[in-house]
Design a protein. Structure first.
Length: 482
């Protein structure tokens, strides 16, 4: 076994530090408990936390959330912030699915009203929401109209009839990142994205019907309009083939340019470029365009689902009462203002498999969440639960306003397929009153509950660390997957 170049030392029950050694520019910090630390070390994600700490201009610490697992370059569950003058931006710190994120809407319906007609509802969603690898939708974009999507994000979708202007306040960055540059995207990226708007995708992307099983904070739940047994819909999707193409092309360019820029990296998957350089500006412009595609995509998916609910259940929009609680990114790099050593500075914050978690009073929050803090949406696996959290001051103090993004895998997809050989995952889910529909032959085995950490344990670490706090737990009733 290769000797590690670093050590991990316990700070407290939920904080484990990688002290600064060698050419590390900052220490690392892993938020986890002792039980999960061994798993993190085994899958080499701690090595990636160590590697990220070497990048130029990194500020504070190289961070890992409790759902951390191995990813391309940066770990999934990684957070790193960079000084705008000296720092770098890395596509591996954002991920291939740019602005993969989660949207949660609540309804006026209860579990007892929906459960008897659940199969009809899930079948309707499966029939009308395009999902699966390379899925194509009914929205066909010209290059000109797609450029508008890339610049305006969710607002474009709303102005085209997909939703209500009030939704924008309930979306991170109001559904559009500034600085989006459609001209920084290639013709191939446009080609891949032009008919994928309003599609779910494959893998761990999903549309899930659930109900609120437990409330932990009565006051915040009341402020947000959350009640026991209330039926919800959670949507997990991103920028589809358009975002993948952006990441792939810019990574290839940065692999070639990193040496010429004089940037030393410990792993070529950390290929990066100066934030202020021409290539950095191009990537951030293209990345913002992909992020806006994803915002528009989730906006459209929600309102496609709303239409199916009304038709499948034979109810009016008023009876359904669907409203957006929040929409959050968890694969993104954003220019944000944070306090470092007592000074307010602008940083490029990379969140790869991590969710923004702002506390009460933060200026970026809409009026509705000023007194409570931001809803933080944490999907689990399709057999257990998901959580709604609220951002806390500890996140701003320690993690650049970030928390976990989900349960986090403990098995690769191939390992999950191997270990579920002979099992009927659909029947297991149905025995637990969860009705699944899926496209890929192996999707349910790849995405089985066993392939993920227990999301309750992940959320427990986040709460004990003071990054976010539990508001409600949602139990799944039915799910569609690609």
């Amino acid at each position: 076994m290769t000797q590690k170049k670093y050590t991990i030392r316990r700070i407290d029950d939920v904080r484990w530090e990688i002290p600064k050694v060698g050419k590390m520019r900052v220490p690392g910090m892993i938020y986890t408990d002792a039980r999960n630390l061994a798993e993190i070390e085994k899958d080499q994600s701690a090595d990636q936390v160590y590697n990220v700490a070497h990048l130029p201009g990194i500020v504070g610490r190289s961070l890992a959330m409790p759902d951390v697992h191995w990813g391309y370059g940066f770990p999934i569950g990684g957070v790193a912030a960079f000084d705008l003058e000296e720092g770098v931006v890395s596509p591996g710190g954002v991920g291939y699915d740019i602005n993969c994120g989660v949207r949660l809407a609540v309804t006026a319906l209860t579990r007892s009203q929906v459960f008897p007609r659940l199969r009809n509802l899930i079948d309707g969603l499966f029939a009308h929401v395009p999902c699966g690898v390379g899925s194509r939708g009914g929205i066909k974009l010209t290059k000109k109209s797609m450029a508008e999507v890339l610049k305006r994000g969710a607002k474009w979708a709303i102005q085209e009839g997909w939703g209500d202007e009030r939704d924008l306040d309930m979306i991170e960055s109001r559904g559009a990142l500034e600085g989006a540059d459609p001209e920084a995207a290639s013709e191939r990226a446009f080609e891949r994205g032009k008919d994928q708007l309003g599609t779910l995708g494959s893998g761990n992307h999903f549309m899930e019907i659930g109900f609120i099983e437990e409330i932990f904070d009565d006051a915040i739940a009341r402020a947000w309009g959350l009640e026991l047994d209330q039926v919800t819909i959670m949507i997990h999707s991103g920028s589809r083939g358009f975002g993948y193409q952006i990441c792939d092309e810019f990574l290839a360019r940065m692999v070639k340019s990193v040496g010429a820029e004089g940037i030393e990296i410990p792993d070529k998957q950390l290929a990066c470029t100066r934030i202020r350089g021409a290539l950095g500006r191009q990537y951030l412009g293209a990345m913002a365009a992909a992020a806006n595609f994803a915002f528009a995509n989730r906006q459209i998916l929600m309102h496609m689902a709303c239409d199916v609910w009304q038709k499948s259940l034979g109810i009016s929009p008023r009876e359904l009462g669907m409203r957006l609680l929040y929409d959050v990114c968890h694969n993104i790099a954003k220019i944000e203002t944070h306090e470092v050593n007592g000074k307010r500075v602008q940083l490029c914050v990379h969140r790869k498999g991590a969710t923004r978690a702002l506390p009460a009073g933060h200026p970026e929050l809409p009026t509705q969440y000023q007194s409570t803090g931001q809803p933080v949406l944490i999907p689990g696996d399709m057999g257990r639960a998901s959580y709604v959290l609220v951002g806390r001051q500890g996140a701003l103090n320690e993690t650049f306003g970030s928390a976990c993004h989900g349960a986090g895998r403990v098995m690769s997809r191939s390992e999950a397929i191997k270990k579920t050989h002979g099992r009927a995952i659909d029947k297991e889910l149905e025995a637990a009153d969860i009705y699944p529909r899926w496209v890929g032959r192996k999707t349910l085995r790849e995405e089985c509950p066993d392939a993920y950490k227990d999301v309750s344990a992940v959320v427990d670490v986040v709460q004990r660390a003071g990054l976010a706090a539990r508001v409600a737990r949602i139990r799944p009733m039915g799910v569609i997957k690609g």
